[in-house]
Design a binder for this molecule. Structure first.
Ligand SMILES: Nc1ncnc2c1ncn2[C@@H]1O[C@H](COP(=O)(O)OP(=O)(O)OP(=O)(O)O)[C@@H](O)[C@H]1O
Length: 584
């Protein structure tokens, strides 16, 4: 031992002697066991020193190794790729079997979004009175586990990669801390990382082909404005949006043509900015948002939603949001009438409200001849669909833009966005080419003509209150069991294939959730006819009709019996300017 002590720094072996009580314990241990504690402490100190030294050398060596022997690609959080890579990482076997997990009650990014994997038997979810009990249901909802990875190394395609989630300070932006992913590989070429990124992109596009990811603008004063990922949902099928078929086809062909890579070239060679804007206008609850989501699904685009009536959203935020859009996407700007933008000489809000709210049977009759689409004729070679007198001539538009922007800026009330600011954002340098811009409004009369001039809005779609065709379609969709049957088949297949259980369809007669009796297509058409015949054309919104049918969702006959009374109550309430009606 003397020799070991001889190697230690001078005085170190003696430091223990200064610990109070050490001498006594040392003597007792020597007497009882014949062991000198001083020797044990000396060995421990020696090993500790070696361990600390090795750790220091390892970390230093690792830093040098990462700096000089690896290549890196960084991906910022505002990139769609960021989430794709995290989703891919979460799906890998290595991370799935991690011993370091994070538990949460909501589904983490990357795990398949399907609410059906909650195992339950409906009888277990009802209380003694047969009513659904949330506590019982909540007790059966799964806990989701995600890998708690900040740094993971893995082999892929014969290459060694290191994945890290990191954060860095941005001194030049009001967004102080930026998150990013760093993907590293061995060697001085980034090619293996590029190949991996391509692999992840292919994997994501296969996986997400029938889903739509929804992003919403989020303003955080410390982080600034960013697109926050809201959800990834199965795409909304186009046939669930009841709309004039010609209108649907027109917009689908238009977007299809616009998104074609050839069209981008065509625009470029003619020096025309490759942008296309759409205005969806009409009363609330007529399907503007629904159509936007269905279009996103059809074209496999993600949808980025921002509401200009959000009090937090400032012009600089909106500009930053537009700058961070991906190349191809749908941008849904809701409530553009609230952007402090007023159409020149437009009547006040009350007038506009009156137009929608007092839409009675008589009004509806007048509307009948109008049709849902009005072709306005070619404007600068583009066909636009518009709303009669609201479409100003091209020559007047630019002139009005200047004067009206002053008026608009004076009228800022509901929103922090001015007309001139919005116009700059839509077609200024911040705006990516290739994106599809859909603007929605309930009050097109309030819009400034500069905002809807061709180039900013190339196609206008007018949404009307429900026509008889739409009412029929909504009724059929509500009581058709076709979708349920399809879903049941898919689930049976999934159960057979992977034994992942879903909801139990063999509900007992005691079940709280009744199901609609299966109707033959002929019977369904007959009932839809009876229902439609009792409602006036273009008087009620599709959302109102859907809301009524939802109250009778398992009782189509009851819906037909009660519809007249419900309609009368609704129209009566409207006449009196009441916003609520007694339930039926
Ligand atoms: N044309 C339609 N076809 C099918 N469903 C519709 C239609 N219009 C409205 N709905 C239903 O009504 C609800 C509201 O529709 P949506 O949000 O698309 O209306 P909106 O016109 O965007 O309303 P708002 O102007 O208030 O934002 C949704 O549940 C949707 O399914």
């Amino acid at each position: 031992m003397e020799t070991i002590r001889g190697y230690l720094p001078q005085g170190l072996p003696d430091t223990t002697a200064n610990i109070p009580g050490y001498g006594l314990i040392s003597k007792l241990a020597l007497k009882a066991f014949g062991v000198d504690i001083g020797d044990i402490v000396t060995i421990y100190l020696l090993l500790f020193g070696i361990y600390q030294g090795a750790r220091f050398v390892y970390y230093r060596a690792r830093i040098y190794f990462i700096d000089f022997a690896t290549s890196v690609v960084q991906i910022d959080q505002d990139e769609a790729l960021y989430y794709q890579i995290i989703a891919w990482m979460s799906a890998q076997r290595k991370t799935k079997h991690s011993r370091d997990l994070k538990a949460s009650s909501s589904r983490p990014i990357g795990q398949d979004s399907d609410d059906d994997d909650i195992e339950y038997n409906e009888t277990e979810l009802v209380d003694d009175t047969g009513l659904f009990n949330y506590e019982k249901w909540a007790g059966r909802t799964p806990v989701f586990y995600d890998t708690n990875f900040c740094e993971v190394s893995f082999l892929h395609g014969g290459n060694y990669f290191i994945f890290t989630k990191e954060e860095r300070e941005n001194k030049f932006s009001h967004v102080k801390w930026e998150r990013y992913i760093a993907l590293r590989c061995l060697g001085r070429s980034t090619q293996p990382i590029k190949d991996l990124v391509k692999h992840v992109k292919d994997w994501s596009s296969k996986r997400d082909s029938d889903t739509t990811t929804i992003f919403r603008s989020a303003v955080d004063r410390s982080r600034g404005a960013e697109w926050s990922r809201q959800a990834t949902r199965p795409s909304r099928p186009m046939d669930t949006v009841s709309l004039d078929e010609a209108q649907k086809k027109q917009i689908m062909f238009d977007i299809n043509d616009y998104l074609s890579p050839k069209t981008a070239c065509w625009y470029a060679t003619r020096g025309i900015p490759h942008r296309r804007g759409y205005l969806f206008h009409g009363p609330p609850g007529t399907g503007k948002t629904s159509l936007s989501f269905a279009l996103a699904g059809i074209f496999g685009l993600n949808i980025y939603c921002a509401s200009l009536s959000e009090p937090e959203l400032k012009e600089s935020d909106l500009a930053a949001l537009f700058r961070s859009l991906p190349q191809r996407c749908i941008v849904l700007l809701e409530d553009i009438d609230s952007a402090g933008i007023r159409r020149d000489g437009s009547s006040d809000n009350m007038e506009v409200h009156r137009n929608f709210d007092s839409h009675t049977d008589e009004d509806a009759d007048e509307d009948d001849g109008e049709g849902t689409i009005q072709k306005k004729g070619p404007v600068r070679g583009l066909w636009t669909w518009g709303f009669g007198a609201q479409q100003a001539t091209v020559q007047n538009i630019e002139k009005k833009a200047k004067s009206s922007s002053v008026t608009s800026e004076e009228n800022v009330g509901k929103s922090n966005i001015t007309l001139s600011g919005l116009l700059n954002i839509i077609d200024g340098a911040a705006s990516h080419e290739g994106r599809v811009l859909i603007m929605t409004t309930n009050y097109p009369e309030k819009l400034d003509s500069a905002l809807i001039r061709p180039g900013r809005v190339d196609l206008q779609i007018r949404f009307t209150l429900a026509t008889h065709d739409q009412i029929r379609a909504i009724f059929k969709r509500m009581y058709s069991t076709e979708h349920d049957a399809k879903r049941k088949n898919t689930e049976t297949q999934a159960t057979n294939e992977s034994s992942t259980c879903s909801c139990n369809h063999n509900a007992t007669p005691n079940s709280s959730a009744k199901t609609v009796e299966e109707l033959s297509p002929e019977r369904l058409t007959e009932l839809a006819e009876q229902f439609t015949a009792q409602l006036p054309d273009t008087t009620l919104s599709p959302a109102e009709i859907q809301g009524y049918l939802l109250m009778k969702k398992t009782d189509p006959i009851g819906a037909i019996v009660g519809v007249k009374e419900w309609k009368n109550k609704l129209l009566e309430a409207r006449k009196k300017g009441m916003k609520v009606i007694d339930s039926v």
